[in-house]
Design a protein around this ligand. Sequence first.
Ligand SMILES: NC(=O)c1ccc[n+]([C@@H]2O[C@H](COP(=O)([O-])OP(=O)(O)OC[C@H]3O[C@@H](n4cnc5c(N)ncnc54)[C@H](OP(=O)(O)O)[C@@H]3O)[C@@H](O)[C@H]2O)c1
Length: 294
Amino acid sequence: MKVLVFGRRGQVARALANSACEFELSFAGSDVLDLASADPDIAGLVAERKPDAVINAAAYTNVDRAETEIEACMRLNRDAPARMARVCAEADIPLAHFSTDYVFDGEKGSTYVEDDARNPLNVYGRSKAEGEAAIESIWAGGARVAVIRSSWVFSPGGPGFLQTMLRLARERDEVGVVADQWGCPTSAATCAGAALALVRQLLDRDAGAKGLFHAVGADAITWADFSEAIFAASAARGGPAVPVRRIATSDYKTAAVRPKDTRLSSVKLQAATDWRPPPLAEALAECFDQMELA
Ligand SMILES: NC(=O)c1ccc[n+]([C@@H]2O[C@H](COP(=O)([O-])OP(=O)(O)OC[C@H]3O[C@@H](n4cnc5c(N)ncnc54)[C@H](OP(=O)(O)O)[C@@H]3O)[C@@H](O)[C@H]2O)c1
């Protein structure tokens, strides 16, 4: 079975490439098709590659820059996935698309489930929420589409929070990290596993694999806790590690407002598939095993 993946150098795209799955994966990065352009020829690429299924791991992911690059963000995160869903529905092939915990406002006070109302606080979250809504109107017609919300993604190559922490640990004696925002760090490999599990079942026409799913790591923690876990894994391999100074969101100004608590429940996906989220320590160990620590 051939699976076309939008994205090539991104964290999740590379995790898919490393997954040793049974599918013949072909990748389309921004060099092949610019999804931020006004009229990306997604139908043409699908006609050319003739995949049995599509995974969309491409997105505009710079949360702060999105506040000013609104058009590019909307094209990539709202318009392109909607177009992919239409093309896949017309070709009768499954689509697995990634979304984010930032579609929520973080005010629930407990773990979010798939049916909770979206209320994004920033442009990135709004673009992904509108992408979900556009896709939903297409899957309502019976198309085989799964939307996978993940969060706080890390990978051996990044770039992301993990790489930033290791760089800062080389440069400083301690790092100040926000300790009042909660979420679920998720390895890119865990995201890739979720998409592959859903695609497998969508190819088998399993209706239980259609719709919205959360796929996040097993631990719900703060950014400060996450940095401590990263340093523990790094120190265990002789890599950089420094003490973490726990700071408040109000002490760390960013262009985009972040939701304060986006813990997600992945129970629905675990009931629907054999995908299971690993504990953070295990996912970090697997990630560090693939990294060179100078
Ligand atoms: N990173 C996170 O913390 C996080 C959290 C929650 C959800 N997610 C979601 O998970 C998915 C994967 O995220 P990620 O962390 O793997 O993202 P990433 O590392 O930032 O990679 C972004 C991908 O998008 C592609 N892309 C960017 N601009 C493009 C353009 N103009 N045209 C075509 N492709 C373009 C890149 O293409 P190239 O291969 O050419 O570079 C790359 O493969 C996204 O949907 C994201 O919203 C991520």
